[in-house]
Design a protein around this ligand. Structure first.
Ligand code: ADP
Length: 254
């Protein structure tokens, strides 16, 4: 069953070189995202990915069309939507003097929720950093902490905007594992990424955006089948071991 329904969603901005004219940064897109899916939005810079997420998150006004999350109209009831979504932004600023534990407790209070901050830190594998300040975390730890913050209200849908940009391979893998764990527990996750391996590994379905429009949407496998270029006429096959065996007729140990 779809948990996010987007119909003809549009956003206009002033043209950078002529402010009296506008252009559609998001040009009437329609998407249907299933409950329990990890759904990826890909596209070059400026394609409209962040603007789309911002409209769904209630952080940006909608200029046309509509979007619902779990049946709630995003434009009409933004506060109700905020209660059921978690948002991890590309960059986060925190109060410098507070520890991770204190920050999570504070965020819980803002949502009027009694939360167990230790439990949340355990979820993102940061238990040992409970007393640390965000400034002292590594890039990967910072990203995982920002996800913990987004989980404070036990969201049904989690939005991640380029969650692994700038992370080293190990930190990236840790974050992928975390995304899969959360999704395994039933959370719908919508993410944007520039990392094709990430999209292929994590996402059950992918929308590719360009110039404010969705140019393709499908499972990674179907997208590859439909759109990847055919392999060259005579592809390289085998490896040097095969060459060795073919030329000598036996392996090294024989
Ligand atoms: P993406 O996330 O795919 O890189 P964005 O949604 O950030 O794309 O941007 C889509 C287009 O809208 C770009 O051309 C960008 O310059 C423009 N844009 C984004 N935010 C604003 C804004 N606040 N004011 C004017 N133009 C904007």
């Amino acid at each position: 069953m779809p948990i996010i329904e987007i119909k003809d969603l549009a956003k206009k901005y002033p043209l950078p070189d002529n402010k009296s004219e506008t252009f559609f940064a998001v040009n009437g897109i329609s998407l249907s995202i299933e409950a329990g899916e990890i759904y990826g939005i890909l596209g070059p810079n400026g394609a409209g990915k962040t603007t789309t997420l911002e409209m769904l998150e209630g952080l940006n006004d909608i200029d046309g069309g509509s979007a619902t999350i779990d049946g709630i109209d995003v434009a009409k009831e933004p506060f109700k939507v905020k209660q059921i979504i978690g948002v991890q932004l590309q960059a986060n600023e925190y109060f410098d003097n507070l520890s991770l534990l204190e920050l999570l407790t504070l965020f819980g209070a803002l949502y009027d929720r009694i939360i167990d901050p230790n439990d949340l830190l355990a979820k993102v594998h940061l238990q040992e950093k409970a007393q640390a300040k965000p400034a002292n975390l590594s890039g990967g730890q910072k990203q995982r902490f920002s996800i913990a913050c987004a989980l404070v209200n036990e969201p049904k849908v989690l939005f991640l905007d380029e969650p692994t940009t700038g992370l080293d391979p190990q930190a990236k893998r840790n974050l992928w594992d975390l995304v899969l764990e959360l999704n395994g527990a039933g959370m719908t996750i919508v993410l944007t990424t520039h990392n094709m391996e990430e999209a292929e590994t994590l996402c059950q379905r992918i929308a590719i955006m360009d110039h404010g429009e969705v140019v393709a949407e499908d499972t990674p496998q179907q997208l590859i089948l439909k759109h990847a270029a055919e392999p060259p006429e005579a592809p390289l096959h085998g490896n040097i071991e095969d060459v060795f065996l073919a030329l000598t007729g036996h392996g090294l140990r024989e």
